[in-house]
Design a protein around this ligand. Structure first.
Ligand code: CA
Length: 620
């Protein structure tokens, strides 16, 4: 028996030896798989994933590329290579060979590219912009062919509120006229990267591949095309990124590079969501650890950004997307949850490459005193500086959620808005806050205001004219309702007209009801006016204590001023004596209401109807 097998065994061994020499397999994964010549930081760190790659030695003879450092980690299926890219090197495919016993075992390929001209100087979104937030799975399904991708874990199911509904990037692309018509100049999409999770993967916050757009939304190329198309229309793209956690089905979860790549526990340990522990000088270490190291959800393992390899990975992936897709902004999810020093370091590194780029942190904190801790240059007692100028103004959003529902009273009604703004002494950069009434987590504005379009219009007037950068949530222009506190699915509806066979198409004027058109038209009028109004972008703010349920404030600079009046009374028309505002009005003779076109010949008094706002451009 043994003798009979001798000959075939020898043949097999010979074939095996020859094939090892002839076949040099590509590594399973290299991230990033492309990079650019001429970045300010010339070094890129590649993550290489391949069985036993840690036992090999990398080598390349590509001109201008030097392997500066190799980091072997406890899991030998990973290797981290720092490549220094000479600014005079030429674009091309860099081949890195991995040797063992002087034999080449594997190769990795890096696509070395030339940067687009002006890339480093790109302008981020700012006070001149208005942001439209879209949940891509729920906006428009222009490509039903990508609803189901064979091999991906979750199939489409429109009957399941937390299921995938099939919306895609093509759907957004085809409705850019609609977005532009309303006067928006920036789009923030909830995360578009792969979420190959078995259920509830539609929202995008459990990412399973940081370098790949979810194929049910589209391809990387389609994303880039969408950004290009937006840029041609003067619309900036803000990418929603998540560093705090990955998806539980992320490819690395089965075989982590290091033990401390994520925070691991013997049993599921949830964050306490109490962000005050980070800024509270008296917080216990135990509470702080749970805030920053507990998992956000069962499907969201907590990343350890204290590990430099992890921080490098996320820093590079954000730079990669800025450079690859041509982004103008990042919205950072759960900003205060990861290690705060690592996050500050990340902001610094991105701003080092792109000084005019904008990052806004999701900082779900209701008190200005606690929120201010997270804004750049705040004189924190512990010396912490986030280097982050733009934050989401949650205190203002919460005030806006009830201000127009309440009658007069101490700290109630429009006084809520006045009081939140009075806290601006806390911020170094109040103009850099993003102001909003709603998003994909809160209830919708039509829900807060119980479908009352008068109140919704007042909120639009306020957001369009107050300091900061206004943000709106898709669907609220057609008065979509929904209580986010009750269910997230309730506020993530599909847009009527976005799906083949929809009976109503609210993307068109004809498809909207008369009431919907009133809100749509009012929003469009305010935002389109705002677009070219410098004083609303960068002017100072002056406000007067609300009286008789009426709030009056001004945006002004040396050349011009806009007066905003809000009568919050349920039934009473208010005749406002303007002499009280003499300190600013003395320079002006009349004005024009920007939506109705109503002219005010004199500035003695103005009568404003109940539950309404006037935005008056003052004339000299
Ligand atoms: Ca689709």
């Amino acid at each position: 028996m043994h003798k009979k097998l001798t000959f075939p065994i020898i043949v097999c061994m010979l074939i095996a030896t020859i094939s090892v020499r002839a076949q040099i397999s590509e590594v399973k994964r290299v991230e990033p798989s492309s990079w650019w010549i001429g970045m300010k930081n010339p070094t890129v760190q590649l993550l290489i994933h391949e069985k036993d790659i840690g036992k090999t030695r990398p080598q390349t003879d590509y001109p201008g590329i030097k392997i500066e450092r190799t980091t072997v980690v406890e899991n030998l299926d990973y290797l981290f290579i720092d490549l220094k890219i000479d600014k005079n090197s030429s674009p091309g495919i860099v081949e890195i060979n991995f040797l063992k016993n002087e034999n080449i075992r594997h190769k990795a390929l890096l696509n070395l590219k030339k940067r687009e001209e002006g890339s480093a100087k790109r302008e981020g979104f700012n006070q001149s912009d208005a942001i439209y937030l879209i949940m891509p799975d729920r906006f428009a399904n222009a490509n039903p062919d990508n609803d189901m991708i064979p091999g991906m874990l979750e199939e489409p199911d429109m009957s399941e509120p937390y299921g995938r509904h099939g919306g895609d990037l093509q759907g957004i692309m085809e409705n850019l006229d609609f977005i532009e018509e309303m006067g928006f100049t920036s789009i923030w999409l909830n995360p578009v990267l792969e979420n190959d999770q078995p259920e509830a993967s539609y929202h995008g916050y459990a990412i399973t591949d940081f370098y790949q757009v979810d194929r049910r939304l589209g391809t990387n190329k389609e994303y880039k095309k969408l950004v290009d198309e937006c840029r041609e229309r003067g619309i900036k793209m803000i990418m929603d990124m998540v560093f705090n956690h990955c998806g539980s089905k992320h490819w690395w979860m089965d075989n982590l590079p290091t033990e401390d790549w994520i925070f691991q526990y013997p049993e599921f340990t949830r964050t306490n969501y109490r962000l005050s522990t980070v800024s509270d000088p008296y917080a216990s270490q135990a509470d702080l650890d749970l805030t920053t190291k507990g998992w956000f959800d069962t499907t969201m393992p907590d990343m350890n950004l204290k590990n430099d390899l992890v921080l490098n990975y996320f820093t590079q992936k954000s730079i990669w997307w800025i450079e690859y897709a041509g982004l103008q902004g990042i919205r950072m999810d759960t900003y205060p949850y990861p290690d705060k020093d690592a996050m500050a370091e990340w902001v610094k590194r991105v701003k080092y490459e792109y000084p005019n780029f904008t990052i806004v942190g999701e900082s779900w904190i209701s008190d200005a005193s606690k929120l201010a801790y997270w804004q750049k240059d705040f004189p924190n007692r512990d010396g912490y500086n986030s280097y982050l100028k733009n934050l989401m103004d949650f205190p203002l959003a919460e005030a806006l959620g009830s201000a127009f529902n309440e009658s007069e009273g101490w700290g109630r009604g429009v006084e809520r808005l006045y009081d939140v703004l009075a806290d601006d002494h806390l911020y170094r950069y109040p103009d850099h806050l993003v102001v909003f009434a709603e998003n994909h987590d809160l209830g919708r504005i039509a829900h807060f205001y119980d479908g009352d379009i008068k109140k919704v219009k007042m909120a639009i007037a306020f957001l369009g004219t107050i300091r900061g950068i206004p943000q709106w949530y898709y669907g609220s222009e057609i008065m979509m309702g929904g209580d986010g506190g009750e269910s997230h699915a309730a506020i993530r509806q599909t847009y009527p007209g976005g799906w083949p066979g929809d009976e109503i198409n609210a993307f068109t004027k004809e498809g909207r009801t008369e009431e919907q058109n009133k809100v749509f038209d009012y929003l469009s009028a305010v935002l389109n006016y705002r677009k070219s109004s410098e004083v609303l972008h960068t002017g100072d703010l002056l406000h007067f204590l609300p009286e008789n349920e009426t709030y009056v404030y001004f945006r002004y600079n040396e050349k011009e001023a806009v007066m905003v009046m809000m009568n919050n009374s349920e039934k009473r028309e208010n005749k406002i004596e303007l002499s009280r505002f003499a300190e600013i009005l003395n320079d002006y003779k009349g004005g024009k209401e920007i939506v109705s076109g109503k002219i005010f010949e004199t500035l003695n008094y103005i009568t404003i109807p109940a539950k309404s706002a006037y935005i008056i451009e003052l004339t000299k």
